[in-house]
Design a protein around this ligand. Structure first.
Ligand SMILES: *[C@@H]1O[C@H](CO)[C@@H](O)[C@H](O)[C@H]1NC(C)=O
Ligand SMILES: *[C@@H]1O[C@H](CO)[C@@H](O)[C@H](O)[C@H]1NC(C)=O
Length: 711
């Protein structure tokens, strides 16, 4: 955003003169892993249910600081404070596994202090109330976004009766809620509700506004061909999620108003293309660059960095449809909403959003569970986070094993294993070990803030959060780091016979779905969906400099098509920030056949739409059992001569101008900065042309789609 730099400098000065605090990441890490600070919960109205009977421990002479401790021998809490000081001497070995923090001897993660010594954390020890926000007030005050905080010894600490949530903000503990926990692992591979019986699915890849515009066109054609009633599920990632979330949830707007009227390439004159796109496409014309700068600079301190991206995109994408309210939970439909309200009389109907009942029954928004705060994800440990109106979580344990994260001292973690009802996602682990294994009426602490549609699309497209750092002085001078912009939520695994122990929730960094699968296909294959349309709104054209119909067995295909496709056939390399090496689900031979089919289409000038029946291979990381066949239609974004020659001459001329015309990079518009001065936004003409192309690709193959969806 070169145009912004001068503005940034000015804003920077404003910022500097009103500076508040510096975030200390390492403290947050500690807090999340260890949950070591304990709150004086007597001010909480929920004292009784939480049995917060513990008293403030009197200051022992040994202790160097005066943070509020609760009774460490309570059965309910895990307190890491041994009471020992390491101000002058190191911690005594008699205290067990300790570490020195702020001159205090504290138990290492996984241990709790009992009578001054650290013992292994056991089941039924709930998360403690952590009061350390991780913020410092040694020089300036605490950020206002933290809520009720006080400055104690240079640290921003939640006031009594409040505990920190996800991300360094303070909330009052909530009363327990009753939610369904649905195990999905090798012992119980059945998915919950309608997710168990999906017969047809359409998945929309990521790719920012390009993916959104392309998805819009494909949806328009599927609606127009009356095929949507035959689609059981939509699975989407990132930009594909922006489009499908609106499509799934928008009400009080006709399909035509939402997706636009049918087009044929020959009506796409420049005048027609420059018209305001249909409402779903119009969101891709919103330039969020100015919103970014105001959020990052002017109101720094009132917006939590972990929340910035979610807030930004809720405003850009969801607000025009009245779907941006972050106090509203999601529910799948009226029936499940009824059930939730019956179990939880404290919640009201108004607090929920349900999808439009005319849309497919299942909607899966793909995100990634990277690692607990302070640790780093690896190929083995990064798993998908699947967010649906009914359930949210990660099915199966990767390779049916515990995982270790980078920087974690080899400690093992359980991740995945199933779902919790989405309205309960982001809260603490169930109060009982039995409940954590699954059930219809599991008691747990409510999430500190609602898990809303805005959170889900923000997580699904979180890769863009790091682009907030493309204002380099922001990163350097404000001390922001990319991971600070990643959304963070409390997540706990669903346990099983194999892994029976109660496990606390941990604060996980959540990433863009693209980090583990940029197509949404893997989620459908996990559900054993026999018919899948995979829409690739990719930025990488199929290589045209080679003959894919020759013997490809000796050829390195990396880079010859999008990684989002190649990884499913085992052609990948380790990439920074992407965890795709365990994504193989199809035979490499089948890739050779598919690429040859694509090439035949390409040479005929036809859009790249190919149907294939593929054998599904076992995939341990994703918990996919092999030995069955899936019927696929691949829709691959790549220029088509047949579409071009059908365009009005003036439009084709504009396309042919390349970078000097209005359609530079056609049809692979850039994911960010396609137009100078804009971040993710496109011109109306760009949105309309790409949507028209997506629509054309499906309509040109109308027979294939109609036969495919026939039951
Ligand atoms: C902690 O709780 C136990 C049992 O409830 C009690 O016996 C003990 O005296 C308490 N200790 C402190 C320091 O309050
Ligand atoms: C958001 O939803 C909550 C809960 O239903 C409601 O109280 C609040 O007024 C809503 N906010 C807006 C801006 O609509």
């Amino acid at each position: 955003m070169p145009a912004m730099s001068r503005l940034c400098r000015i804003l920077f000065l404003i910022y500097w003169s009103s500076n508040a605090e510096a975030l200390d990441g390492s403290d947050l890490v500690e807090a999340s892993l260890n949950a070591e600070e304990n709150c004086d919960a007597t001010a909480s109205p929920w004292t009784s249910w939480l049995q917060r009977t513990a008293k403030r421990k009197s200051q022992s002479g040994e202790s160097a600081t005066q943070s509020a401790h609760i009774n460490a021998s309570s059965d309910f809490y895990c307190d890491s404070h041994t009471g020992g000081s390491c101000r002058f001497w190191s911690c005594s070995e008699s205290r067990g596994p300790t570490m020195c923090r702020s001159n205090e001897c504290r138990c290492k993660p996984g241990y709790c202090a009992r009578d001054g010594a650290c013992t292994k954390r056991t089941a039924h020890i709930a998360d403690t109330c952590n009061r350390q926000t991780g913020g410092s007030c040694s020089v300036f005050g605490c950020y206002s976004y933290r809520g009720p905080v006080q400055c104690a010894d240079g640290a921003c600490v939640c006031k009594a009766g409040y505990c920190t949530a996800d991300d360094g903000t303070c909330h009052q503990p909530k009363p327990p809620i009753s939610a369904r926990v649905a195990p999905v692992h090798f012992d119980a591979p059945q998915f919950p509700g309608p997710q168990a019986t999906i017969r047809t699915g359409v998945c929309f890849s990521g790719g920012g506004s390009r993916a959104l515009s392309f998805t819009l066109g494909v949806l328009r054609a599927l609606e127009s061909l009356k095929l949507i009633p035959h689609v059981d599920a939509i699975s989407s990632v990132s930009g594909g999620t922006w489009a499908s979330a609106i499509y799934m949830f928008a009400k009080d707007v006709s399909v035509e108003e939402l997706l636009g009227e049918d087009t044929h390439p020959n009506v796409l004159t420049m005048a027609k293309l420059r018209e305001v796109p249909a409402r779903l496409g119009d969101v891709a014309t919103t330039n969020i660059a100015s919103k970014i700068s105001s959020m990052m600079f002017v109101s720094k301190g009132s917006t939590n960095p972990h929340d910035m991206w979610i807030k930004l995109y809720a405003e850009a994408v969801l607000k025009p449809f009245g779907l941006a309210n972050r106090s509203q939970y999601m529910a799948a439909n009226e029936e499940s909403l009824q059930s939730i309200l019956e179990r939880n009389p404290g919640l009201t109907r108004e607090q929920f959003m349900v999808p439009n009942p005319l849309r497919p029954k299942t909607f899966i928004m793909g995100g990634t569970m990277l690692a607990p705060l302070g640790l780093s994800a690896t190929e083995d440990s990064a798993v998908s986070l699947q967010m649906s109106p009914d359930f949210t979580g990660s099915p199966f344990y990767p390779k049916d094993k515990l995982v270790t994260y980078g920087g974690g001292d080899g400690r093992e973690f359980l991740v995945g294993g199933g779902f919790v009802e989405s309205f309960a996602f982001g809260g603490s682990a169930p109060l009982s070990a039995d409940g954590q294994r699954g059930g219809g009426d599991v008691q747990m602490e409510a999430p500190p803030t609602a898990f809303s549609l805005a959170d889900a699309i923000g997580i699904s497209s979180a890769a863009f959060a790091s682009v907030l750092l493309s204002v380099p002085i922001a990163a350097k001078l404000f001390g922001y780091q990319a991971e600070e912009f990643l959304p963070v939520k409390d997540v706990w695994p669903v346990t099983s016979n194999k892994f029976p122990n109660w496990r606390a929730s941990l604060k996980y960094q959540l990433g863009d779905g693209a980090e583990v699968d940029n197509t949404g296909m893997m989620a459908l294959l996990q559900r054993k969906v026999p018919k899948i349309v995979a829409v690739f709104g990719t930025n990488r054209p199929l290589a045209e400099d080679m003959d894919f119909c020759l013997d490809l067995s000796q050829i390195d295909l990396r880079g010859k098509a999008t990684n989002d496709l190649l990884d499913k056939f085992g052609v990948t390399k380790e990439g920074v920030g992407e965890y795709l090496v365990y994504n193989q689900v199809f035979h490499l031979d089948d890739l050779h056949k598919l690429l040859c089919e694509f090439q035949k289409k390409l040479r005929a000038g036809d859009p790249l739409v190919v149907q294939q029946r593929l054998e599904v291979l076992e995939n341990e990381k994703w918990g996919i059992k092999g030995n069955w066949h899936v019927n696929m239609i691949f829709v691959y974004l790549h220029r088509s001569k047949r579409f071009d020659v059908n365009l009005p001459p003036e439009t084709l001329q504009e396309v042919e101008k390349g970078g000097s015309g209005g359609f530079g990079n056609w049809p692979h518009f850039k994911t960010s900065h396609q137009n100078s001065g804009s971040f993710t936004s496109y011109t109306p003409a760009q949105v309309n042309l790409l949507a028209g192309f997506g629509e054309y690709m499906v309509r040109f193959n109308a027979n294939m789609f109609e036969q495919f969806f026939q039951r």
